[in-house]
Every structure is written in structure tokens, then in C-alpha cells.
Design a protein around this ligand. Structure first.
Ligand code: CA
Length: 240
């Protein structure tokens, strides 16, 4: 059985028994919602009956297509703050902001923790390309003591981001790295991931297009630091 992705008018194959999909059976059609995109599957029933549901599918396609064409960056010039550039994005809410150094949040509206106009950010950087390498201060030499480094990764075309730990060493229980899936440093996030010590770390995939990495060290015993590659996971033929 094939699936017609009506929103972009092309065909792809999917396993319709996958229980992770939201799925409804309507007449002779199976309608699924995957990451905000409606998909419909066609059975081999008589043509007239198919056509009635085809009209329903076209209605869904029209809705999906019109949503995809909306560019929030053009709808409002004030979305991104503090000098950030707005980019249309695939995932909700449909845009990302390329923040300047000390800013975080969906609209770059707040500073990183501990950063004030009189206490500037001392380390960390921002990444907006589809892939890249994030390294600790001084790498491959040891990073400094008393560091609080923030790294933003924001990729408009991504539906997920995978991090590959090519090198990682932190003083156990004293220095470490935290991955916050989302737009801010937020210790209440249920899916934040903390890494300490010297164990080999498997690739980490987060199902978002925006991530904050926070690296911290205490006052002595230097860590080895890290070198982490990241790659965007994308929807096929994404035009962003
Ligand atoms: Ca240390």
C-alpha cells in the first residue's frame, strides 16, 4: 500500500502498522498525522467511493500547504529581538531566531543565566548551519577553570539534531555538559541530558531544531574538554 503525501504532491512509502503514528480510519482511507503533516493511504476500493475521500484529502492538503507557505518572519518584523535574524523553519512555531552571543529564548529575549550587561558571556558560541563541530575552550588543550559556556544550535531545516561525541572528558561530578532540547537553559526540562566523566557517549538525537548546550567547570582539576559534531536530521526535499 502506498501513501500519498498530499501536502507536497509526491509519493512515499511508509509502514502503516507503525503504532507511533496518530491514525484514524475513515471509510476507505487511513488518515495519519505525522509531525503536523496529514498523510492519506489509498486502498483498492471502487473509484467513486475513493473520489469522495479524495476530496477530503485535497481539503487537508490545501490546509497543510497554506500553513507551509506562511513565513512568520514576513508576518511580523518584530519577532526576533536584540539584533537577531529571523529564519523560516520547518518545525513549529515556523521560525528560529539567530541570536547574538549572550541571548537565548525563542525570540532571543533573555540573557543566559548569570549574564548581565556588566557580566558578559566569556565562552561558547552559536551554530546555525546544518552541521558543525563544537569544541571546548582551548581544545585540544584543557578548558579553563570556573567556566560557564553556552552554545546555541538552531537549524531552520531540521526536524531533529544528532550530536556525536568524538571526544569528551570532564572531571567527574565537578565539571560537565548539559544538553537542553529547546530554546533556553531550563533545568525543569524532563528530557535534558547531563554528561560527566570519561565514559564513551553514544550519539544523542533530540527531536527539535533548537538546542542549548551548557558546559561548566569548577575551580580546579582541569577536564580534558570535548569535541562534538552535530548533524541535522531533515525531512526529505525540505526546501528550507
Ligand atoms: Ca574541574
Amino acid at each position: 500500500m502506498f501513501i500519498q503525501r498530499l501536502s507536497i504532491f509526491r509519493f512515499e512509502y511508509y509502514n502503516i502498522t507503525d503504532p507511533s503514528w496518530s491514525q484514524w480510519l475513515i471509510g476507505d482511507w487511513t488518515v495519519k498525522l505525522v509531525d503536523g503533516v496529514f498523510l492519506t493511504s489509498m486502498s483498492t476500493r471502487p473509484l467513486l467511493k475513493q473520489l469522495s475521500w479524495l476530496l477530503f484529502g485535497i481539503l487537508l492538503a490545501t490546509t497543510s500547504t497554506s500553513q507551509a507557505q506562511i513565513n512568520p518572519c514576513q508576518q511580523s518584523q518584530q519577532l526576533c529581538m536584540n539584533g537577531a535574524i529571523c529564519r523560516q523553519a520547518y518545525l513549529n512555531p515556523g521560525y528560529i531566531c539567530e541570536c547574538q552571543g549572550e541571548w537565548q529564548g525563542q525570540n532571543c529575549e533573555q540573557r543566559f543565566p548569570g549574564i548581565t550587561p556588566s557580566i558578559p558571556k566569556e565562552c561558547g558560541s552559536n551554530f546555525y548551519s546544518d552541521s558543525g563541530v563544537i569544541v571546548s575552550t582551548n581544545y585540544p588543550l584543557p578548558p579553563n577553570d570556573n567556566e560557564d559556556c553556552y552554545y546555541l544550535v538552531r537549524i531552520p531545516s531540521a526536524e531533529s539534531i544528532t550530536f556525536y561525541f568524538d571526544a569528551f572528558h570532564s572531571e567527574n561530578h565537578k565539571d560537565g555538559l548539559i544538553i537542553y532540547p529547546g530554546t533556553t537553559v531550563n533545568d525543569q526540562l524532563p528530557d535534558l541530558r547531563t554528561f560527566i566523566g570519561t565514559d564513551q557517549i553514544a550519539p544523542q538525537t533530540v527531536n527539535t531544531n533548537q538546542v542549548v548546550l551548557y558546559w561548566y567547570t569548577d575551580f580546579n582539576v582541569p577536564s580534558g574538554g570535548f569535541s562534538i559534531r552535530y548533524e541535522a536530521g531533515k525531512l526529505k526535499n525540505c526546501s528550507l
